[in-house]
Write a protein that binds this ligand. Sequence first.
Ligand code: PGA
Length: 252
Amino acid sequence: MFMKERMKPKVNVLTFPSEAELNAAAAGLIVGLIQTKPDAVLGLATGGTPIGIYEELVAAYRKKLVSFRRVVTFNLDEYVGLAPGHPQSYRSYMRRHLFDHIDADPARIHIPDSTAARPEEECARYDALLAAAGRIDLQLLGIGHNGHIGFNEPDRSLPFGTHVVRLAEQTRAANARFFASPEEVPTHAITMGVGPILHARTVLLIAKGADKADILYRALTGEITTECPASLLQLHPRLIVMADQEAGRRFR
Ligand code: PGA
């Protein structure tokens, strides 16, 4: 019987025997980019996933393998309404894990402002900065349990640009581990839209841990839909996926 071959996306998932090896490979890619393009534009992520990668970047800087002086960075997202300097703001996170330990130029670091009185205006400001910087060279991404990228939560449609989102309860619950109590997790955030993410020259998607195995598989092999924002990455011409053994197990 003639069976019609279903067209399958060719997503190459690199799985690493250990988290340390994954971190080193991801950081190596970023360092290599900066070595060849010292004024590279990086899209950066927060959460548990990139912490070890940032440690490797700091180590590379300390070994004088790389300078971040001319690098331009845009963080994906930020909570709305946290007090300036709140330890769980993504601005504080980025200082703690990366920026306080490298030679990045504060004028070239961009993170949405969690304290903006008018978040909608802050979104427009952020989009203008992104537009002025041109294309992101490398966008580092984690993946949420519901398939979110940045704080682009599953929805019937998604905006192109930076916008205010109401966080999914699943996202607030996942991030409660960083706060003193679940109620403290903000209800809203500002996130870069999927437009600049998909326009990035390279997207580096990182997944760690058994709890990411199913969503990673669904996002990369399932239907392409805004109900699973990470599935849009199947359309990206230069998507690099790095997973540890646990998160990548369904691809083996
Ligand atoms: P995590 O979050 O790295 O803390 O798992 C990933 C994400 O929500 O994008």
